[in-house]
Design a protein around this ligand. Sequence first.
Ligand code: HEC
Length: 216
Amino acid sequence: MNPSEQSSISQAPTERHAPIPGWILGLGIILSFWAGGYLFFYSGGFRGDVYDAGQITWGPVNTGPVVPPDPKVIGKRLYTANCAQCHQASGLGQAGVYPPLAESEWVVGSKNRLIAILHKGIAGVIHVKGNVYNNNMPAWGDGAPVQLKDDQIAAVLTYIRSDWGNNAGPIGVEEVAAKRKEFSAMTNPWTEAGLLALPEDSTTPPAPTATPPAKK
Ligand code: HEC
């Protein structure tokens, strides 16, 4: 054996911990933010029965007929989670800052305009029950920070039209879906003038009805 070859093995390798590579750290940080954001938006207040009234829970088992969830009950939960911090549980809002929903002409009036408000929000001056507000109402449609689905918007609107002495009819999922399409290209929130320019009732043409064949 060549002695010079032997001497090239200068030292036995020592064991030491390699530092965590930067990209793994970076990926970890990005994932934590993503996970945090996901929980923030989709945790539903960490309540298992928020969107599903039939959720299995502890306690006596209901073996009766399955009752379809009442949109008003779901709507109230959505209201508490998303709207009450501004409009208050009482629906009375906060003088000068957040307008009331109780007995508001925007809530119990035109469905068309009410659905429009939820999809795109409002900016600037708006008159509610004779008072002026000049603030911002967040949007809840496509592109909004917190997006509600058609059935959720329908449920929350059906709820606010029926509590606090309000007594207006329900809002259907199809109506909300139609407006989502109609306003999909809109990027700015509504102004009061823009809302008032909308027809009071939906302009969606009624579905063509089959004409009965003429009798011979
Ligand atoms: C961050 C506070 C805030 C939240 C959350 C909020 N709103 Fe509003 N909302 C406002 C403000 C402010 C206005 C008035 C806008 C203006 O001054 O231009 C308004 C206006 C409205 C109006 C029209 C005026 C009226 O009083 O009838 C309706 C309807 C409405 N909001 C419903 C809702 C619903 C339903 C939710 C929950 C999905 C909600 N808002 C969540 C602040 C909020």
